[in-house]
Ligand binder design. Sequence first.
Ligand code: ADP
Length: 402
Amino acid sequence: MHALRKSMVGIRMDEEIPLAILDTLRVTRDDFEAALSNVEPSAMREVLVEIPEVTWDDVGGLEDIKAELTEAVEWPLKYPEVFERLGTRPPSGILLFGPPGTGKTMLAKAVANESECNFISIKGPELLSKWVGESEKGIRDIFRKARQAAPSIIFFDEIDALLPRRGGSYEGSSHVTESVVSQILTELDGLEELNNVTILGATNRPDMLDDAMMRPGRFDRAVYVPPPPDKDSRKKIFAVYMGRDESVLAGDVNTGALVDATEGYVGADIEALIREAKLNAMREFITAMAKKNETERSDALANVRVTKKHFETAMKNVKATLDQEAIEKNERLAWGIIYHEEERSVLEKAGSTLTRAGFGHQDNAAVQEARKKLRSATFGKMKKNFSAIKEQTNALEQLLES
Ligand code: ADP
């Protein structure tokens, strides 16, 4: 068609085409190149395949996790010869886990963007309902497309729905999921030779996953996306959502104070808070503009500002989605995956001592103090000091005994 279009210039459609022109018709390399830029591989035409627009800069904080994902996804694509020389292989699958709204989906998209991979996003429960009775076929299709579109990333969101612990509470649908699990395993095994299709999974419920999935060659890397972000990370998340248009912030908005006031907020909460404050400003502006003419409006638009008051109102409406109890519960679910047995037993013991200290010692200042300290050592930090936790657990136990 491209060759034809070039030759048709100056030809009149209502007349016979001169033989001389027909004779010169040739499909050239240029025509193929033009065609290549117009026709995408059919796999790419599916809504499923995209290169996301999210970049590392859009994700506030979480620097360790960004580095870990870069190593696991980008390095094997960029430096396959190094892996080969050292006789090692990149992780087959990477599981991101942690509570909702902490940025797992965003991270998956950003790593696809940064490593220039095609991105195929699948929601576990949707796959099951879309391919009722033939979910294995769905899985096969997805992996086929991923191979065609390589280098690519398949992102399974809510993967616990696809790979539930056998004999668990998903039992009702177990015959469906058995076959899905085994299809995914087959596909993962088949991928081992290829370094250019990476599997990412995300879940809020690591405890619901089938153990068989966490073995080498499957999801052999687990990355915990911890809640809630610390002060530095919150600062960065604020910068992501406020930074680009700082001129719309009124002088009385103190970002530092907002960062302090949002302890316990996850990324999604912070985004919602800023959106809500902007919405408050918008409401006020639009109401005020109703009776103004065009020029007055555009003048006013240049001066519209989000003020401290807008943020204060927003703070009343947007609360942290996770309270301390939910955060601790989530962390405990994660221990089984992140820590080895010895470390886990230190944490479990601290957890149960904390629970014990939670009953009937409200008036005992020493117990409360020790409890607070142990709690922050056990749950507050990602990098845990296990010997300190052990010591503090013993100290609290002694207080409880006495
Ligand atoms: P998850 O997959 O962990 O449930 P998402 O990645 O879907 O969470 O995050 C939900 C929304 O919250 C994102 O679309 C983003 O707007 C915001 N968000 C969460 N964490 C961050 C972060 N660290 N930086 C910037 N935005 C974030």
